[in-house]
Ligand binder design. Structure first.
Ligand code: SER
Length: 478
């Protein structure tokens, strides 16, 4: 069986053989882009090249990019752990043409790699093309259709709408029609019952998109209009963990060797076996195996858990994992920190930044765990009480002030309270929570004497955050 290391290497070697320059992943944390908190796709670090605002190191580039989809337009957080193929952090294998080759090469090479190098069965692959959109005045992608037809046959082509087949990195920025490749990983019996084509884009865990070929032609402007780009480009992104699932013939990303090492450590720490099922202990193991990657790589890339912006997203992800371990695996002592060495070793040659800082990363995570575990048990007890009181009153919504109190006193981020509430069939009053938060900010603001902060008297970062500060590095060529 091809290992995940071999799968990644074959991708990079394949595009190297097609004259692509192989570059390193950009950090998870998006730098110098106010429209983005985290890199949510392989193309984010190349945005300027698409817009014509910079010169790429080569007209053909390929890499594996660490991506995080936990905020903004692309947010998969709520699905993680409950399904088998969404992640917070994932790797996106990508090849790019900056004003060089276009649809023909992108399509032909994608098919060659999948069927000749990875040997995925042709009769389990489906492709989609953009059906066109009259509001944006973008026509049906006849060119992609004509290229795919002799390769896969017309009956394997699906027509996709703007939601599925017009890729945009955010509310503004480079975009264009895309052609996706989907794979059907079901058993022959399941395939005989229902054709895979009917399950494409239907959230079936074994019929999943693996590769998205985007043909960048436009810039979405703030007023919603599309402006043609100075040149036409290719941006492809293949979900590495899903690709491993397909090649290794598994039914879940978590059954591949990308996750099995970490799951094994979780099994040892909890004394429970991972059954790959839908019970909460298995969900918890998947959540933990997923979240430790996002948190560790984000810290290695210069973030620390904090109460603001990107640091708060990392804190929320980490606390979500700690609570799953505590509630469903009885992990009441710091455990996330113990997963770091295995992860660092696994990725030492791909993303060496984690191995280089593994003690630091493990320390930051341990400190955060100690601090949250101190209040977690009491907070959960308080929340249980609140939920039972609400039940007696027949109310299904946790009031905003209560959500605020849990946040303020016990360090429960609102989305964690929402998650626990959802498990019990309740919701939270998000608006009331935001109001209580703003009121507290206003109160604190009144208590602090106003101080003019300029560049030179901005408080210097201290302690851990100073250690973790990294500056924007030039693109690393491998
Ligand atoms: N930008 C596209 C995506 O993220 C292809 O790389 O799916």
């Amino acid at each position: 069986m091809m290992t995940s290391h071999e799968i990644r290497r074959h991708f990079l070697d394949f595009f190297r053989s097609k004259q692509h320059l192989i570059v390193a992943s950009a950090p998870l944390v998006a730098k110098n882009d106010p429209t983005l908190m985290f890199n949510n796709s392989g193309m984010a670090q190349f945005k300027d090249f698409f817009l014509g605002n910079g010169t790429p190191p080569s007209k053909r580039v390929a890499d594996t990019q660490k991506c995080l989809r936990v905020s903004g337009k692309h947010n998969d957080l709520e699905d993680v752990g409950f399904d088998t193929y969404h992640h917070t952090m994932f790797e996106m294998l990508g090849n790019w043409s900056f004003g060089d080759y276009f649809k023909k090469e992108a399509i032909t090479w994608a098919w060659e790699l999948l069927t000749e190098v990875y040997k995925l069965p042709k009769d389990r692959l489906y492709v989609s093309v953009f059906q066109g959109d009259s509001t944006d005045n973008v026509p049906f992608d006849q060119e992609a259709f004509d290229l795919w037809k002799p390769i896969v046959g017309e009956d394997r082509i699906i027509y996709g709408n703007k939601k599925d087949n017009f890729w945009e990195m955010g509310d503004t920025g480079p975009c264009g029609p895309c052609s996706e490749i989907h794979v059907d990983l079901r058993s022959p019996e399941e395939v005989a019952e229902k054709p895979g084509k009917d399950l494409v884009n239907a959230d079936h865990p074994q019929v999943v998109e693996i590769w998205n070929l985007v043909f960048m032609q436009f810039n979405r402007k703030a007023d919603g209009s599309l402006e043609p780009l100075p040149a036409r480009h290719v941006d492809t992104g293949m979900g590495f963990e899903r690709l491993c699932m397909a090649i290794q013939q598994k039914r879940s990303n978590y059954d591949t060797d990308v996750f099995s090492g970490t799951i094994h450590v979780i099994e040892e720490l909890s004394g429970r076996k991972y059954e790959a099922g839908t019970g909460m202990a298995d969900v918890a193991m998947r959540v933990i195996a997923d979240h430790i990657r996002a948190v560790s790589f984000a810290i290695a890339d210069g973030l620390v858990p904090s109460n603001a912006k990107a640091g708060y997203v990392i804190r929320r992800i980490l606390r979500r994992a700690i609570r799953y371990g505590y509630s469903y695996l009885n992990l009441t002592e710091p455990f996330m920190t113990k997963l770091v060495p295995t992860l660092a070793m696994q990725f030492a040659d791909v993303f060496p930044e984690l191995n280089a800082q593994r003690d630091f990363v493990a320390t930051v995570i341990r400190e955060e765990e100690i601090s949250f575990l101190r209040t977690l048990g009491t907070g959960l007890g308080r929340l249980d009480q609140i939920i039972s009181d609400l039940g007696e009153k027949g109310t299904k919504e946790i009031p905003g002030e209560t959500v605020f109190e849990l946040n303020d006193t016990f360090g429960f981020p609102a989305d964690l309270t929402a998650l626990i509430a959802r498990e019990k069939g309740l919701t939270i009053d998000e608006t009331g929570f935001q109001k209580a938060l703003q009121e507290q900010k206003a109160r604190l603001g009144k208590m602090q004497p106003h101080r003019q902060v300029t560049g030179s008297n901005w408080p210097k970062p201290t302690g851990l955050s100073l250690l973790a500060t990294t500056s924007q590095k030039p693109m690393r060529i491998l």
